[in-house]
Design a protein around this ligand. Structure first.
Ligand code: MRU
Length: 357
């Protein structure tokens, strides 16, 4: 697999003005092939999110914002009321693509606020504002990634080994990533970090995506099977764990890729700090704890026929939750664009994220 050239390496981008289209890396094809695909409708965007061509909480949010725009961009001749109805029904549709990452709902809600804050505007002007809002969501995500990386890298020392799970990198955001932005910032600060990437069954985001991304950025990365994480800790190869999150409840309980909870328990048993890196767009203050975070259940075939190979007998029962919830008590610190939150408590989260800076 050759590295993408500079000009088309963005995970996703809006092409053109109005009308335009959403262009993205098809992450289902990595690392074998680097292929970019276009989404020209909300339906194509919905399917791209559902099948994980675009995935990772912040990237899903950005894709949904542009997907919503795709649903109304040719409707400038509708009445304002008809336009708003179409906007709402498209947002409702996109909201059905995946349930766990709150960034999806956060971005759709932000887009839906645009007409409410501009009651005087007709569809042609609203479209211009909606494109500006989607671009702002994308740009702010890039800025948040950068800030989280800078805060996070202060927690790492030159020469350390760090375990990560799933892919919380540039491929999962519009910027440098959440968890992986810490490694990029550490590298800029002159620190050599040795990253261990869990392969992340069943869809191998760690083996396929994190290793590909870090290798392309010149970061030292070693892939291990998920079942090796405890032994790698026992061998003292890692001094920290850093993951992203798909939704963080008000008390700090954090949903992330299935397997993260197990890694948090292993880290606790080995007295290794466990850090979760998440922008404010990933926090859901409507949920007091992680108990109410909806967990996506995915197709059993991802386990029984992963990547085309049958690995279980015909007719076997499969359970395939895509996410789990790590309790706040297992998280040493939350790293946000507004600062590092430790200890992880409802009060500390609220005061850091409401600081207004
Ligand atoms: O199913 P995925 O690949 O969308 O799951 C992604 C993750 O779990 C990431 O760790 C999370 O979204 C954080 S991304 C910055």
């Amino acid at each position: 697999m050759t590295a993408p050239d500079e000009k088309d390496s963005s995970t996703l981008r809006w092409v053109g003005e109005l009308p335009g289209k959403l262009n993205m890396i098809d992450q289902t094809r990595l690392p074998e092939e680097f292929v970019r695909i276009d989404c020209k409708s909300p339906e194509e965007t919905w399917h791209a999110i559902k099948r994980l061509s675009v995935r990772g909480a912040p990237a899903i949010g950005v894709a949904a914002a542009y997907g919503l725009l795709l649903g109304v961009q040719n409707d400038e001749n509708l009445s304002r009321e008809e336009f708003l109805n179409k906007l709402q029904s498209t947002a409702d549709y996109l909201a059905q693509s995946r349930p766990t990452a709150v960034n999806l709902f956060w971005a759709l809600d932000r887009m839906s606020q645009v007409p409410k804050t501009h009651p005087e505007l007709a569809p042609p002007e609203l479209l211009v504002r909606l494109l500006a809002e989607a671009r702002a969501i994308e740009r702010e995500d890039q800025e948040m990634c950068r800030a989280m990386g800078e805060f996070g890298q202060t927690l790492l020392e030159d020469g350390q080994g760090v375990l990560t799970h799933c892919n919380a990198g540039a491929l999962a955001t519009a910027g440098e990533g959440t968890a992986l932005s810490v490694f990029y910032a550490a590298a800029r600060a002159g620190k050599q970090i040795k990253v261990y990437a869990d392969e992340t069954r069943p869809l191998l985001q760690g083996a396929r995506l994190t290793s590909w991304e870090l290798q392309n950025h010149g970061i030292d990365v070693t892939v291990i099977c998920d079942s090796m994480a405890g032994w790698v800790m026992k061998e003292k190869r890692v001094q920290a764990v850093i993951t992203g999150a798909d939704r963080v409840a008000a008390n700090g309980d954090a949903a992330n890729k299935i397997g993260t909870y197990s890694v948090s328990l292993l880290a606790k048993a080995h007295q290794i700090p466990f850090y979760v890196v998440a922008p404010s767009s990933t926090f859901d203050f409507a949920l007091l704890t992680g108990a109410d975070i909806p967990i996506e259940q995915r197709d059993p075939a991802e386990i029984s026929h992963g990547f085309g190979k049958q690995t279980t007998p015909d007719g076997i029962q499969i359970y395939n939750p895509a996410f789990d919830v790590t309790p706040a008590e297992n998280i040493t610190a939350l790293i946000t664009e507004k600062g590092i939150i430790s200890p992880v408590t409802t009060e500390n989260i609220a005061s850091t994220l409401n600081s207004g800076s």
